[in-house]
Design a protein around this ligand. Structure first.
Ligand code: ATP
Ligand code: MG
Length: 263
């Protein structure tokens, strides 16, 4: 049972988008993440996960509400950014750099000591089997290879908190297992706090100490998998997820077709 003190506290965060602020992506989100835990964020497409992660990394400002990340209020952008590593959902990558150059560039941005970088970068690339491609340009990399470089970049300054937004979405089964084990090791051996969002429920179930389920911009459940499953009287996380995010009604998936007999 984790009893760590909070390292992230989120208090009443809202975020509105659109010309008239009509899109309410987050509708008052409050929770905290304990130091050293793996905290998962689960939710349907468009429920606000990426928006929340962006706010907690100072990429967006909230419409209202506050958060403290590793002792830094969101207004202290530099303090927050130095506390976190982020695998973003749709990041830009410097196509004309090699992965080695890219990781050295990111490391330099965070003032990582040159000698430490020289040791760390090859090890990070080797972790994902990219060591033989260290000096090839990223522009020739496959989607999954890019994702590996970006995960390495989120770690290169060895921050206390690591945010991973859909870390395995482009990865093959073996690389997904590496990421799963990496998340566990970062927490259990390196004492890091990992905040992860993913739709892959078995991985989330395995790695997360606690998780929040978010639906339409509101947290609808928070706790361990067992607590969440018990809360709705479900038998699995998948069933609990479906119950908590709109029920399990079966819709007619072929209603878009011409009426039967017309073709
Ligand atoms: N820059 C933006 N401009 C306008 N609307 C936005 C913007 N970013 C997010 N939204 C809206 O906020 C809502 C939440 O989006 P968000 O990307 O946070 O969802 P998500 O939970 O990460 O979904 P997914 O599982 O598909 O990644 C959506 O309605 C989306 O259209
Ligand atoms: Mg998202």
């Amino acid at each position: 049972m984790l009893t760590g003190s909070p390292i992230i506290t989120v208090d009443g965060i809202t975020k509105h988008f659109g010309k008239r602020n009509e899109i309410e992506a987050l509708k008052g989100v409050t929770f905290s993440v304990r130091k050293g835990e793996v905290f998962g964020l689960l939710g349907p497409n468009g429920s606000g996960k990426t928006t929340l992660i962006r706010i907690l990394n100072c990429i967006f400002e909230p419409t209202s509400g506050t958060a403290v990340v590793n002792g830094h209020d969101l207004r202290d952008k530099d303090g927050v950014k130095r506390s976190t590593g982020l695998l973003a959902e749709n990041p830009g990558l410097y196509e004309r750099l090699s992965p080695r150059e890219y990781l050295e560039f990111v490391g330099a941005l965070y003032d990582v000591d040159k000698a430490a970088l020289g040791e760390r970068v090859p090890k990070l690339l080797a972790m994902f089997g990219l060591d033989h491609r260290s000096d090839d340009l990223i522009e020739g990399f496959s989607k999954g290879m890019r994702q590996k470089v970006l995960i390495a970049a989120a770690l290169v300054h060895d921050p206390p908190i690591i945010f991973l937004d859909e870390p395995t979405s482009a990865l093959d089964p073996r690389a997904s297992l590496v990421v799963r084990d990496l998340i566990r090791d970062l927490s259990s051996q390196a004492g890091k706090t990992v905040f992860v969002s993913s739709h892959i429920l078995p991985i989330m179930e395995e790695v997360c100490d606690r998780m929040a389920i978010i639906n339409e911009g509101k947290i609808v459940a928070l706790g361990t998998v067992e607590e969440i499953v018990a809360k709705v009287g479900a038998t699995s996380l998948e069933q609990a997820f479906l119950e908590l995010t709109g029920g399990r009604e079966r819709v007619d998936l072929l209603s878009w077709r011409d009426p039967v007999g017309a073709t």
